[in-house]
Design a protein around this ligand. Sequence first.
Ligand code: ZN
Length: 191
Amino acid sequence: MSVLPIVAVGHPILREPTRVISHDELQTPTVQKLIADMIETMRQADGAGIAANQVGSNLRIAVAEVRNNPRYPYKPPIPLTVFVNPVLTAVDDEVVEINEGCLSVPNLRGNVHRNVSVRVRYLDREGNNRDEIKRGLTAGTFQHECDHLDGRLFLDRVTDPGTFTTWEQFEQHHRAAFVERITEFVDRIGS
Ligand code: ZN
């Protein structure tokens, strides 16, 4: 496994919808190595997830994992999940405002509205069909990664540019209030 370079906002591949892959293509050593490298890259960068186009591939593959993440200490754990060809739909209209960052958008965070409950259908790493409901901040992470695979960044969803903040300013001025609000939210919805 190797750590891959992460492309930053401005690279055209981040704006191109990724390509659905076949079951056979998923089994190839090339694609399985890409998945292993994406996992390694996400972990090395302390990301909660990473999409293939963030490491220069146009395949519809993303990975997510949260375990005591220093970038996002308030996020509930997410077991390592490889999601191939994901199709994401909202379960209802409930939304929550989440302060997000992105490995492809260095040193910037901003507030976006995310659905609280989403259904994600995808193939796992072995090609098995999965159909799962994700809730809360975990649902937010899956929406963020599926946005990447559609060529969208969290920047596009920030409705109030006044919420943009560097990570340092977030720590100083916004983190305490956000963590208090989002911790209450996580406790309430129980994910
Ligand atoms: Zn991102």
